[in-house]
Design a protein around this ligand. Structure first.
Ligand code: AHR
Length: 495
């Protein structure tokens, strides 16, 4: 059996964690909205048409913020189509996903659903086919108290109090040729700064996210970030990062080493932000909104064969296995290790579409990736502390010297609980880890673990609990980390 050491020291603080690092994403795509969160007439739905079983599963995730309405969808969306009386809303083609959008759900309904799940909206504006004028109108509609055309329109739609949406995305993946209204970095930088100005002049309390590259393989990656930031720096608060990971080659050690890919990507984007900061002699720091991340590759072949113009077709319905849950746990640890700069992040997405929650007409269930996300979101609030790890390493096809163990610790907001998240990537051997907690007097309470499953095991409607965590007593001192395992080590802090 391998041995390792994990040291957590109270004064090795990474950062206070912005709870929005546990955000998620709902796009008008496939069965995320229709049949996912909204299915009027279904026996599991409430009087507003929302699936109660989905609401219960989302509530357990404790999701602080949810990005809406896209994604690629937003780049052709007219937000006005989704407000006001439902029988007057137009049915339109969605050119992002080649489907038919009925507009039965828009921001009014989505806000109602958010109130039920206890989350807030991260709203994206269309900077693909539209521009600054529509963006500022939407801010006025959503956030202005009243007495103007757009705010009074909101009131006439039954919403007297403003939505008070704080976080706004300036478009989506505008560097991607697949995007409606894709742009060069100069074109996007210009339109984004003008939209940002008007939006902040309308409501100075909002926070804005500029689009970064769609992923780190884009030909303009790097140049995109620095050019866009040179335009928008003074008006925005965040730059976005998006990345999806897959095990297309069925090489699990390499797949699990994607934590290193994410780590490298974050460090590079932080460097781009700080380069522009230095060039501008600015005191302001731009932080990161990693507002699309997940495993995504299982559904690609299926989706390539899909017919056009369906309503809520099955799209991007990845069925996640156990090794996907391990990687999602590792990616959450990586985000937390960078919580000094990654202030927001969205697991993409939330229901049916590359999602931790799946539905059919009878039930909703948790996919494997639901569990590490739930653990991090519930136990990972407070202050992130470094966890120094000494352990064996391996070489994957993408990275050399990958540590078998990834770890980070979180001291709860009230200082009463310490949680250490640990991923063991070693597929062959258990590891005994000596846990050294310095500067805190702690007592081990609970060891939650996901381990012992076939790497390809999945949950399904027929067998929704095939892959789920178990909980046992946590000893003080050495802890057994089973091979291929996600571990949540919970301690009580004694006074
Ligand atoms: O999340 C699915 C899609 O992935 C989003 O619409 C887009 O932004 C990204 O390419």
């Amino acid at each position: 059996m391998q041995k390792a050491e994990i040291s957590v020291t109270i004064n090795k603080k990474i950062s206070d964690i912005d709870p929005r690092i546990y955000g998620s994403f709902i796009e008008h795509l496939g069965r995320a909205v229709y049949e996912g969160i909204y299915q009027p007439g279904n026996p599991n739905s409430d009087g507003d048409g929302f699936r109660k079983d989905v609401i219960e599963l989302v509530k357990k995730l404790n999701v602080p913020i949810i990005r809406y309405p896209g994604g690629n969808f937003v780049s052709g969306y007219n937000w006005e189509d989704g407000v006001g009386p439902k029988d007057k809303r137009p049915v339109k083609l969605d050119l992002a996903w080649f489907t038919t959008e009925t507009n039965e759900v828009g921001m009014q309904e989505f806000q109602k659903w958010l109130d039920k799940v206890g989350s807030e909206m991260m709203m994206a504006v269309n900077l693909g086919t539209r521009g600054p004028d529509n963006a500022r109108n939407l801010v006025e509609y959503a956030n202005f108290p009243g007495g103007t055309y757009w705010s009074d329109l909101r009131i006439s739609h039954g919403k007297k109090e403003p939505y008070g949406i704080k976080t706004w995305c300036l478009g989506n993946e505008m560097d991607g040729p697949w995007q409606m209204g894709a742009k060069t970095p100069e074109e996007y930088g210009r339109i984004a700064v003008e939209a940002a100005k008007l939006m902040k002049w309308t409501d100075p309390d909002i926070e804005l996210v500029a689009c970064g590259s769609s992923n780190s393989r884009m030909p303009t990656y790097g140049k995109w970030e620095t050019t866009v930031l040179s335009h928008v720096y003074d008006y925005v608060d965040f730059i976005s990062m998006h990345e999806y990971y897959g095990n297309q080659d069925n090489d699990t050690p390499t797949f699990l080493s994607e934590t290193e890919t994410m780590d490298k990507f974050i460090k590079a984007v932080v460097a781009f932000c700080d380069t522009v900061k230095a060039e501008k002699h600015s005191d302001k720091t731009i932080n990161i909104s990693f507002d699309e991340w997940n495993v995504w590759y299982h559904s690609n072949e299926h989706d390539a064969k899909l017919e056009k113009w369906g309503k809520a077709p099955h799209r991007l319905e990845d069925v996640y296995n156990f090794e996907d849950a391990l990687l999602v746990g590792g990616l959450l640890i990586t985000l937390l290790k960078h919580s000094d700069r990654v202030k927001m992040a969205c697991l993409a997405q939330l229901v049916n579409v590359i999602a931790p929650i799946m539905t059919n007409d009878d039930k909703a269930w948790a996919q494997t990736i639901y569990y590490p996300y739930m653990h991090a979101s519930n136990y990972g609030r407070g202050t992130a502390l470094e966890a120094g790890v000494e352990c064996g390493t391996y070489d994957s096809k993408k990275h050399k010297g990958v540590p078998y163990i990834d770890s980070v610790a979180v001291l709860s907001e009230n200082g009463e609980d310490l949680t250490v998240f640990v991923l063991n990537k070693n597929l062959e051997e258990d590891i005994t880890a000596d846990l050294r907690i310095e500067g805190l007097n702690v007592k081990g309470t609970e060891h939650i673990v996901m381990a012992g499953f076939n790497l390809k095991a999945v949950n399904s409607a027929e067998n929704p609990d095939a892959v789920k965590p178990t909980s046992g007593k946590l000893p003080d001192g050495a802890v057994l980390l089973p091979k291929a395992s996600w571990n949540v080590l919970r301690y009580k802090v004694c006074k």
